[in-house]
Write a protein that binds this ligand. Structure first.
Ligand code: ADP
Ligand code: MG
Length: 347
């Protein structure tokens, strides 16, 4: 029988990571968690250190036609800080590595660094190193963030139990709608460079795409409310994909209620204008950088009056499946439809 070897395209991003790292063994006692969560966890005296890294490539993760360099610098820091938040830890330091192609001037690189500095100030993190190289293929930015937490306070993707409440911070789908708007105006611009982009009145969704913030405030709120989520992840790839990560890591199923998903009014208006169901923007859009987490039912009283936290479902036994309960009451299995850069199409 023919035994077909998978390709990078058939494996996809997560399949590839599994294949490359699935049989890694850790030799250091201090390696408390290696591959498989939002950050690695390393024992460090009384506290633990969390370490996370992200790679951003021009033409894949950002388009300089509509992403100002200052915003790009800011956002590349934020996406890493968001992963530190997803561990319930406090960000402390970052390193920044860049590859610059010949088209970049000193002013452009300085502008990007202005954004990086602003994010460092805003999140009180120190930029402590990095690396600089030339690049043949456009701009490359890789940022590593370090954070700390008392060991007992960390939240992993794997701690959810059936009956836990599934909660999300903020609102969803905005970053995706902002991207749709920027892409539409960019297409118009490509056809007629004299046309001014129509961006007025869309500031919320644009800000969600161009200048997201990491939810350090939610991590602080957990401390004040006396809550330690049983599991947590940040929403970089869309709600579907992140719910599946929590369920797979925790060995649970889930019910997500369509009518509970929080949207900003501008996201809903934009979705109507673009003829896109806002549900699709929330489930598959990604880049909202909100926190998705589970808490025991007994903690409901602590979060119920927090306007920044919404209960969107509950965890179930694994055999019950990972399901969306639609407004009409139908049950639909959730599938990960985040943008898969490795297969270059929506999977
Ligand atoms: P996130 O979306 O939170 O940034 P990823 O999906 O990128 O997380 O990564 C999932 C896990 O796989 C993380 O633990 C990450 O460190 C690890 N990982 C990703 N790519 C590689 C790689 N090339 N080699 C080793 N580990 C990797
Ligand atoms: Mg993450």
């Amino acid at each position: 029988m023919e035994n077909k070897k998978p390709t990078i395209a058939t494996l996809g991003e997560f399949g590839l990571i599994d294949r490359l790292t699935g049989d890694l063994v850790t030799l250091q006692k201090s390696t408390l968690k290696g591959v498989g969560d939002d950050a690695a966890v390393i024992a460090c005296g009384e506290e633990v250190l969390v370490v996370t890294t992200d790679l951003l490539l021009e033409g894949i993760h950002f388009n300089l036609m509509y992403m100002p360099l200052k915003y790009l610098g800011y956002k590349s820091v934020v996406v890493n800080i968001s992963d530190v938040c997803a561990m319930n830890a406090v960000p402390r330091q970052i390193t920044v590595s860049i590859g610059i192609s010949a088209k970049f001037t000193l002013e452009m690189v300085e502008e990007m660094y202005e954004g990086i500095r602003l994010a460092c100030e805003r999140y009180e993190v120190d930029l402590v190193g990095g690396d600089t190289s030339s690049s043949l293929t456009g701009l490359v930015i890789s940022i590593t963030a370090l954070g700390t937490a008392p060991a007992g306070q960390l939240t992993y993707r794997s701690g959810a139990h059936h009956n836990d409440l599934l909660c999300v911070s903020g609102d969803l789908g905005g970053a995706y709608m902002g991207l749709q708007l920027l892409e539409r105006e960019n297409e118009v611009f490509k056809v007629n460079a004299h046309m001014q982009p129509k961006l007025e009145g869309y500031d919320y969704v644009l800000q969600r795409q161009l200048r997201p913030e990491a939810r350090t405030d939610i991590v602080e709120a957990f401390k004040k409310l006396g809550i330690k989520p049983t599991s947590m992840i940040d929403i970089s790839d869309g709600l579907s994909s992140e719910i599946l990560h929590l369920c797979n890591s925790s060995g649970t199923g889930c019910r997500l209620y369509e009518d509970k998903i929080p949207y900003d009014s501008q996201t809903k208006e934009m979705a109507l204008e673009f003829n896109i169901n806002p549900l699709v923007a929330a489930l598959n859009g990604g880049e909202d950088y909100e926190l998705l987490f589970t808490i025991p039912v007994g903690d409901y009283e602590k979060i119920k009056n927090d306007p920044d936290i919404t209960v969107i479902g509950h965890m179930t036994k694994a055999e019950e499946g990972v399901l969306l309960v639609t407004t009409g009451g139908s049950l639909i299995p959730l599938v990960a439809q985040g943008f898969n850069h490795l297969t270059e199409e929506e999977t």
